[in-house]
Design a binder for this molecule. Structure first.
Ligand SMILES: *[C@@H]1O[C@H](CO)[C@@H](O)[C@H](O)[C@H]1NC(C)=O
Ligand SMILES: *[C@@H]1O[C@H](CO)[C@@H](O)[C@H](O)[C@H]1NC(C)=O
Ligand SMILES: *[C@@H]1O[C@H](CO)[C@@H](O)[C@H](O)[C@H]1NC(C)=O
Ligand SMILES: *[C@@H]1O[C@H](CO)[C@@H](O)[C@H](O)[C@H]1NC(C)=O
Ligand SMILES: *[C@@H]1O[C@H](CO)[C@@H](O)[C@H](O)[C@H]1NC(C)=O
Length: 462
């Protein structure tokens, strides 16, 4: 009796230990005041009173008639007519989450410039190229950047003399160690990558907001990506689970995925002796010319007992996981989360990533024959270090922004850039012949127990 109570308390203590990032900057641009976001109680420091901003030509703008339904971080903006930096001191090198918030509240002409069109770079990576934001339409751009310097420099660069750059708020947060194991970051030909989140989906669920996520992320429902045909209607359904999600040490943590994502799912189930011959299918449009990291989140919130759930997982029509045995992968505990990562190169397929879940030959009648709780898809920077176009950082500032001495330096970087382009093209050519469409990377490189049953990183020819 006593031991049971102690164990329960221990596990509660473990699960409520909140994540506290080593580096954590929340900046509200275009104001000197601090702003508290009502919905998630976070306090953003005004860039006017923060030492992070270094800019010679910038302007603080405030909306005169702000929309009360919109987060207060969108009520002010900082506008740049010359390249300008935010510099963040980094105490813990490694993966850093960077979120940029944009809301163009109908800026009037600013000096001689009339429209927003700009580039954003960070520590050698191109994050946004030739970017502009439709008016009155908030946008969040979410990145993961490997920082191995003592400083993270986010630079906003107007495209030319007739345009300006702007930003409303910036979040810079150290990623927990288990979120993005370093191996991914340097897996591909020793190239270090930056990542941009392109999809973060809670399957079968409702929107999960930063308030309910320990890394302040948004997860959106999957409805618009789901492809259902009439034949599969009877055997697939949505599920919401009211019980507790059993996070285990060594498994997916709450920072990998929040309770509110894992507690909903879509599933395939058989109610009688025949196993349905159907797939659950999602299609995510992506840009060609980039590789993507796909993370699939599974949590068996549907089975009534362990050891009864087996299914297949396909990416772009390739079987990437046969007879996924969710019970053994979660050490025979129900409602315990697990995730698997895959690198996909859709260049060789179409401009979409397709995920299928379907029964396998080990699937059992009268049980769950497939489940999916969440999907994340990150775009990986290309060999030029860009997440947006075939351009490298050195090329961004070459257009009429700086003169004299700088231009010699720039033409040098431009030459390096050309080499990179050539390399990229050559790599594409050779790759097209002999490389595979996808590869699997271990889900959790730091843990022995879960990994022992886990297939190692593999490249399969398709
Ligand atoms: C930048 O965007 C404009 C339109 O928004 C387009 O005309 C131009 O070609 C783009 N430039 C590059 C280098 O992509
Ligand atoms: C957080 O999640 C709970 C349900 O788990 C929901 O009732 C609540 O509205 C959510 N809060 C926000 C701010 O999204
Ligand atoms: C099992 O159920 C499905 C749909 O619920 C039905 O289409 C099928 O005919 C049933 N099979 C048997 C053997 O009863
Ligand atoms: C499920 O999807 C895979 C991959 O696209 C395909 O090979 C398989 O035939 C599909 N199964 C059914 C029953 O549609
Ligand atoms: C760049 O500057 C040159 C001359 O200084 C001018 O002719 C050209 O139009 C400018 N280009 C842009 C894009 O502003």
């Amino acid at each position: 009796m006593h031991t049971q109570i102690i164990l329960l308390l221990l596990s509660l203590a473990l699960s409520i230990a909140a994540f506290s990032p080593a580096d954590h900057y929340l900046i509200d641009s275009g104001t000197a005041a601090s702003t508290v976001v009502d919905l998630d109680h976070r306090k953003f420091t005004g860039d006017g009173s923060s030492s992070t901003l270094s800019s010679t030509k910038s302007l603080a703008l405030k909306e005169s008639n702000p929309d009360p339904n919109l987060s207060p971080i969108y009520h002010t903006a900082r506008v740049f007519t010359k390249p300008s930096d935010y510099k963040f001191k980094i105490n813990q090198k490694g993966s850093i989450l960077v979120r940029l918030h944009f809301y163009n509240f109908d800026f009037k002409n600013i000096g001689t410039t009339c429209h927003d069109q700009f580039h954003v770079s960070a520590n050698g990576y191109v994050l946004l190229h030739n970017f502009s934001v439709p008016k009155r339409n908030p946008r969040i751009k979410d990145f993961v950047i490997l920082v191995d310097d003592e400083e993270l420099v986010i630079r906003f660069i107007p495209v030319d003399k007739t345009s300006f750059a702007f930003v409303n708020a910036i979040e810079v947060i150290s990623a927990p160690n288990d979120l993005f194991p370093i191996e991914y970051v340097s897996s591909d030909h020793n190239t270090k990558h930056a990542y941009e989140t392109v999809y973060r989906i809670s399957v079968g669920g409702v929107k999960v907001t930063p308030f309910n996520d320990s890394l302040w992320r948004n997860w959106v429902p999957d409805d618009e990506f789901l492809k259902l045909d009439d034949g599969s209607m009877k055997s697939v359904r949505k599920l919401h689970f009211d019980g507790r999600i059993n996070y285990q040490l060594g498994g997916a943590s709450r920072e990998v995925g929040p309770d509110n994502m894992y507690n909903s799912a879509r599933l395939i189930s058989s109610l009688n002796e025949s196993i349905p011959r159907v797939n659950l299918t999602w299609v995510f449009p992506v840009n060609k010319g980039f590789s993507y990291l796909v993370r699939l989140h599974f949590c068996d919130i549907a089975s009534i007992s362990i050891g009864m759930i087996f299914f297949n997982v396909y990416l772009n029509g390739n079987l990437v996981y046969e007879n996924l045995d969710l019970s053994s992968l979660t050490r025979y505990m129900l409602a315990s989360p697990f995730y698997a990562d895959f690198v996909v190169d859709p260049e060789k397929f179409t401009d979409a990533i397709r995920v299928d879940i379907g029964p396998s030959k080990m699937s059992m009648p009268r049980s769950v024959d497939g489940i999916l709780n969440g999907v994340e898809i990150w775009k990986m920077s290309n060999t030029m270090g860009s997440l947006d176009g075939e351009v490298c950082v050195g090329q961004l500032e070459s257009k009429n922004q700086s003169g004299g001495q700088m231009s010699r330096l720039l033409s040098l970087t431009a030459a390096v850039c050309l080499l990179a382009i050539a390399f990229l093209v050559m790599r594409r050519k050779t790759e097209a012949k002999n490389s595979a469409g996808w590869s699997r990377v271990p889900a959790d490189v730091s843990e022995i127990d879960l990994k022992s049953s886990y297939p190692k990183s593999a490249v399969v020819n398709v």
